[in-house]
Design a protein around this ligand. Structure first.
Ligand SMILES: C[S@@+](CC[C@H](N)C(=O)[O-])C[C@H]1O[C@@H](n2cnc3c(N)ncnc32)[C@H](O)[C@@H]1O
Length: 270
């Protein structure tokens, strides 16, 4: 039994015939006709937990009817954060990373790609943002959304298009990466205790891999980073206390989050 199937809206257009098999192959599953079935009925008939509904000109929507989960790609606060940067208000993540044009960033926890978009906008065409996401459906929706989501201004869209998405576990990507191959290695793990009033995070939390970042991954990240390993946490997190490295905490304004900045094991000269 596969865990999800691909289907269409109730009134599919002709593109369904070509788009559905492509999505099914991408997700390692099959495409089934919607007919007039509700998503709950379709999931029960097909004996799956999840249903990806594709429709032309819209981002696909992933549902898990039994859990009440509905998830689709959206750049979240990326556009607002980029606007803040253009008017000189700054961005705490960018500050923590000391990010600038031409930098290379490995975003280990891509999720919706919001942080990656901001990073990509800053590093520009001379830099590169690579994102890894372990959960198959999240990686596929992020890759598609970053490549196709229509947004203005043009430079935000261009920043989205430049992000390279890998469906992969960051442990594997880190262990395969050469020493000092990125300026910054970034982790934004699912917080053990969610922040209140963060509705955009609810479906992502339901689908995400929620393991904390282990010391082994941080060791690898310190080897791969030239400037810094940056980890996001709730403000006042006790996560830092268990780590065998010095951590500089960077907070943003009255934000409820903080960034831990850890030095690489072989910092770049100069
Ligand atoms: C809090 S979300 C990241 C949100 C992201 N920073 C954004 O701006 O949308 C954490 C993401 O990391 C992913 N993740 C967790 N462990 C992972 C691993 N070992 N390898 C790759 N991705 C992982 C989760 O599935 C989840 O999508």
């Amino acid at each position: 039994m596969s865990s999800l199937v691909v289907t269409s809206s109730r009134n599919p257009d002709a593109h369904w015939r070509t788009d559905a098999p492509a999505w099914a192959e991408r997700l390692g599953t099959r495409a089934v006709p919607r007919r007039d079935r509700s998503l709950a009925t379709l999931a029960a008939d097909e004996q799956v937990g999840g249903v990806l509904v594709i429709a032309r000109q819209q981002q696909p929507v992933y549902y898990e009817p039994a859990r009440g989960v509905e998830y689709s790609f959206h750049p979240s606060m990326a556009k607002t954060r980029i606007h803040n940067l253009t008017v000189g208000r700054g961005d705490p993540m960018v500050t923590a990373m000391k990010l600038g044009p031409g930098d290379d960033v490995l975003d280990c926890t891509l999720g919706r790609g919001s942080d990656a978009i901001v990073a990509s906008w800053i590093v520009g065409e001379a830099g590169q943002v690579v994102g890894t996401e372990r959960v198959v459906v999240l990686a596929a929706l992020a890759a598609h959304g970053l490549a196709t989501y229509e947004i203005r201004p043009h430079d935000v869209a261009a920043a989205m298009r430049r992000i390279e998405v890998h469906r992969a576990d960051y442990h594997d990507v880190l262990s395969e990466s050469a020493d000092g191959s990125f300026d910054v290695v970034y982790f934004d793990p699912i917080f053990a205790q969610p922040l209140e009033a963060s509705p955009a995070m609810v479906p992502l939390r339901a689908l995400a891999d929620d393991q904390p970042v282990d010391v082994g991954a941080l060791e690898q990240a310190r080897r791969v980073a030239r400037r810094a390993v940056v980890v996001k946490q709730r403000r006042g997190s006790n996560y830092w206390q268990g780590l065998p490295f010095a951590v500089e905490i960077v907070a943003g304004g009255n934000s409820r989050i903080e960034y831990g900045v850890i030095k690489p094991s072989s910092p770049a000269p100069g």
